[in-house]
Write a protein that binds this ligand. Structure first.
Ligand code: NAD
Length: 483
């Protein structure tokens, strides 16, 4: 199957001369061929989107969100089919794929409430003079998304973008383009007018063209930090409104009064969920003081997680080689491998899949590559610390700032950590502290380039622009400062 783009409410075959295979990471099988669209196809998509957006901006927000209600119902009715698609192209386990769909549906629910939460403001600023603030659409907007949540991350963006009166073009990851196409078809079935949700496949060339294109008003990006930075810089230089979320290196702090069973289960779920390919995944465990009993349980529980059973594969052979490389080098450098998942695969898993079992590197130094780099796989690096202050100093020194968590039964210790951790999303006894709608998702420092939110209340600002109207209808005419 050669994957089409989706433009103007229909599948459109790409004229691309360059293409790449799309692989099922659980079997290594090539499932489709992805054309890498040339710039001329971006021009066509923007033209169609701009035309459709004019009429869309004319209807009320109450009417626009009706599409989102229908989309929610459609997605809920088809969770199994959609989950299978995500599992085939991304490798997530079926429970993980289902979970990502339900989180995506929450974004539809949130955007559906725009008529209630986006009412603007009004105030009599002088006697008889009223100032009102209204929100207006931006025009054609674009989302550029990563492989790891092929359906959810696009729905962090599209519902609010559309409810706000924009057209939306999705440039999905070239590793997981199938869910994007399915989303376009679902929006179509939900009654979204043609041209408002398009899918344009491609790689770096098309992303750079998107950044430069004069017909695009705003770009939301989610992916790795170097690409987030490059895309943000290029798009902003072309005068666009930009949001860019980047990579992560998340620290979990365990102190001696943490509940052993709950902490161990939670840490293991954070490391191994989605095979560690989540920007919220635990990556470094900062073990404060005498917590060997917790680490022993983490090891036992993690050893019971099986790649090809309750854990999915790495997304690609390249990812498998990259992540395995960290373990190979740690071993060669004499690190303590508390758990070695290399070669640990469920007996009935396809031998061609990119499987890697969970790994634990213990007693790492804070400057070891496994303690610093975003590995993006099921690898936990443990650093032993004498005090909470030492753990906080290590967490604060890392350049990322997506998530951090503490496990403790003391409210005082938790508050101390919450106040000092250098990340945008903090967990207390929760290893994947995703702030669900209406709270915005997003980190600090190298995990987010630039300011502003991509989801939640703050994102309403991003997907629209405000107009302030100052009016006076009384015929009273005495001179009045600034009116
Ligand atoms: P990626 O940066 O490789 O790709 C993301 C998007 O950018 C894709 O659409 C891709 O086609 C495009 N792209 C890749 N290289 C490019 C280049 N040189 N120039 C222009 N565009 C380019 O990311 P990925 O590997 O698909 O996803 C994993 C990364 O995403 C991890 O770093 C993860 O932490 C991050 N992520 C972050 C969040 C968050 O909310 N902060 C959420 C999910 C994933």
């Amino acid at each position: 199957m050669r994957i089409p783009n989706y433009i103007g409410g229909e599948e459109v075959a790409s004229s691309a001369t360059r293409s790449m295979p799309v692989t099922n990471p659980g079997t290594g099988e090539i499932i489709a061929e992805l054309p890498l669209s040339p710039i001329s196809e971006l021009d066509a998509a923007v033209k169609v989107a701009a035309e459709a957006q004019k009429a869309w901006a004319e209807i009320t927000v109450k009417d626009r969100v009706q599409v989102l209600f229908r989309m929610k119902t459609l997605m809920e009715a088809e969770v199994e089919r959609l989950a299978e698609l995500i599992t085939v192209e991304n490798g997530k386990t079926m429970p993980e794929s289902r979970g990502s769909i339900l989180r995506a549906v929450e974004c539809l629910e949130f955007a559906s409430s725009l008529p209630q939460i986006g009412t603007g403001a009004g105030l009599e600023v002088s006697r008889g003079v009223e100032c009102r603030s209204h929100r207006f659409p931006l025009g054609v907007t674009v989302g550029i998304t990563p492989f790891n949540f092929p359906l959810m991350v696009p729905l962090w963006m599209a519902p609010l973008a559309l409810a706000s009166g924009n057209a939306f073009i999705l440039k999905p990851s070239e590793q997981t383009p199938l869910s994007a196409l399915e989303l376009a078809k679902l929006f179509d079935r939900a009654g979204l007018p043609a041209g408002l949700f398009s899918v344009l496949n491609g790689d770096r060339e098309i992303v750079e063209a998107i950044c430069d294109h004069p017909g695009i008003a705003a770009i939301a990006f989610v992916g790795s930090t170097p690409v987030a930075r490059a895309v943000h810089t290029r798009g902003a230089a072309a005068g666009k409104r930009m949001r860019a979320l980047g990579g992560a290196k998340n620290h979990l702090v365990v102190v001696p009064d943490a509940d052993t069973e709950m902490t161990a289960s939670n840490v293991v779920a954070s490391v191994t969920g989605c095979a560690g390919q989540r920007c919220m995944a635990a990556s470094v465990l900062l073990a404060v003081g005498e917590v060997d009993h917790v680490i022993d349980r983490v090891r036992e529980k993690m050893a019971a997680v099986v790649a090809g059973g309750d854990m999915g594969p790495m997304i690609s052979r390249a990812a498998w080689e990259r992540v395995s490389g960290y373990i190979d080098r740690a071993e060669a450098g004499g690190a303590t491998l508390l758990l070695d998942g290399r070669g640990q695969v469920a007996p009935d898993a396809s031998p061609e899949g990119y499987w890697l079992g969970p790994c634990i590197i213990d007693r790492a130094r804070p400057d070891h590559e496994s303690a610093c780099d975003e590995i993006f796989g099921p690898v936990l690096t443990i650093i032993r610390c004498d005090t909470l202050e030492e753990a906080l100093a290590i967490e604060n020194a890392n350049p990322y700032g997506n998530a951090a968590a503490i496990y403790t039964s003391s409210g005082k210790v938790a508050q101390h950590f919450v106040d000092r951790a250098g990340a945008g999303m903090i967990g207390v006894n929760i290893g994947v502290p995703v702030p669900r709608e209406p709270f915005a998702f997003g980190g600090w420092n190298d995990s987010r380039i630039g300011e502003g939110e991509i989801t939640g209340m703050g994102a309403i600002e991003f997907w629209s622009r405000s107009k302030k109207v100052t009016s006076k209808w009384s015929t009273e005419h005495s001179a009045n400062w600034m009116s």
